[in-house]
Design a binder for this molecule. Structure first.
Ligand SMILES: [Zn+2]
Length: 320
């Protein structure tokens, strides 16, 4: 439905420099075209889906002829009740997609000259929209499954006598989580966050096609997968590969997420781990897509995504 604009030549030629030079009018038009692709930019009422509107030229608002609802180009989208100019939102998306290791909220706030809180919420709204696009997806064919632990780091003591056994339960912070991914070879990557690998098995059952071939390492948590799927295992310690059994693509995802944690965000807490994992899955899946197309895909995802329950008014709520 929205494909023809995304695939057009005009769409592919967009870049950060070009976005930064957009006039207010041009930015508004770009937003309008991406949001209402099916009607070639003609506004559609977000409340009743009616295409007949009155236009308030000066305020960039429309009024629905059917239900009298007044709306702007961002009403009913994840950018509803924005205070930022539209060009800055487009710029934020362009900057966001260009950061292969992710982009910190601090850096984004400097790039856009906005408050840290504003940049933090904006980036999370983009992540939410990207994650939501895969909310119903499943994977099939050759599927690599792997898990890696993040967060809840227990700092090792410097002096030998003070060394703690970080494996002991009392030394765990309780915040450590495992990201488990299901990655279809040459297809999409679905990341999920659990307390342990064993807890992920039910979700694997829902998201992986029953006739898929699973590739996993020797972690004991994956033994139960043999009951449900044709499952091939690889033993990393012995550098042994059973024919074509390997989890290279899964590991490529984790190295990207690890680089984002170490190089960009420095610390990823359990609360946002799922959001960052979804972002990195999106980057991994679209790594061969041009920046211009990624920018349009992300903008399109954000504009097709409704108002965010989690992030709308986030800071107003969190001060309570
Ligand atoms: Zn209406």
């Amino acid at each position: 439905m929205s494909q023809h604009f995304l695939l057009s030549k005009a769409a592919r030629s967009l870049s950060i420099a070009r976005v930064a030079r957009l006039s207010d009018e041009e930015a508004h038009d770009a937003f309008r075209l991406i949001r209402w692709t099916a009607t070639e930019g003609e506004p559609v009422c977000p409340r009743c889906q009616c295409g007949a509107t009155y236009k308030y030229e000066t305020r960039k608002l429309w009024k629905c002829k059917a239900c009298s609802h007044q709306f702007s180009v961002t009403s009913g989208t994840i950018f509803a009740s924005r205070k930022m100019p539209i060009r800055d939102i487009l710029l934020a998306i362009a900057i966001f997609v260009n950061g292969a290791k992710g982009h910190s909220a601090l850096q984004l706030s400097r790039d856009l000259d906005v408050q840290y809180k504003t940049a933090f919420v904006l980036a999370h709204k983009i992540r939410e929209a990207l994650a939501d696009e895969k909310a119903e997806e499943t994977v099939s064919g050759e599927v690599e499954i792997d898990g890696a632990y993040f967060g809840g780091y227990v700092k090792p003591a410097n002096w030998k006598e003070n060394r703690r056994d970080r494996r002991l339960a009392e030394n765990q912070t309780g915040k450590r989580r495992v990201v488990v991914i299901m990655r279809e070879r040459n297809g999409i990557t679905l990341p999920f966050v659990f307390k342990s690998e064993a807890q992920s098995v039910a979700t694997i059952g829902q998201r992986v096609h029953p006739e898929a071939t699973i590739h996993a390492d020797q972690a004991a948590g994956w033994d139960v997968l043999h009951e449900r799927f044709l499952t091939k295992r690889i033993n990393h310690e012995e550098c042994y590969s059973d024919g074509d059994a390997c989890t290279n693509q899964a590991e490529s995802f984790f190295s990207r997420l690890r680089r984002a944690e170490i190089g960009t965000h420095h610390h990823i807490s359990g609360r946002y781990l799922g959001a960052y994992a979804s972002e990195m899955a999106w980057r991994e899946d679209n790594r061969r897509v041009s920046n211009g197309e990624q920018y349009l895909m992300a903008t399109n995802a954000a504009l097709q995504h409704g108002v965010s329950r989690q992030w709308k008014g986030y800071w107003q709520r969190s001060v309570n």
